[in-house]
Design a protein around this ligand. Structure first.
Ligand code: SF4
Ligand code: SF4
Length: 82
């Protein structure tokens, strides 16, 4: 049974979390992300941030480091980022 090996290109196992209890929707991470994949979305009457395309995240940690509320966590399981 010949099954073709399918490769789906680059898939980094990045875990990106924004703590909605901490995020104030200030937009700093949206401005700082070099991949332009952070966005604000409506969260009730407020705005919160999220990563809209994990496949493009390069785990540079800018969003995590720049967030004044320490609301962002970026992880790559098995990889020590810093
Ligand atoms: S920088 Fe932090 S507080 Fe500001 S929008 Fe991004 S996650 Fe929310
Ligand atoms: S880790 Fe870097 S590329 Fe990924 S969402 Fe944050 S700022 Fe953007």
């Amino acid at each position: 049974m010949g099954e073709a090996a399918m490769t789906q290109g680059k898939t980094l196992p990045v875990i990106h979390k924004v703590d909605t209890n901490k995020c104030t929707g200030c937009g700093v991470c949206v401005e700082q992300c070099p991949q332009q994949i952070m966005e604000l979305y409506a969260f009730g009457s407020k705005k919160k941030a999220r990563c809209k395309d994990l496949d493009l995240c390069v785990a540079c940690l800018y969003c995590q480091k720049m967030c004044p509320e320490v609301a962002v966590t970026v992880e790559m399981p098995g990889v020590k980022l810093w």
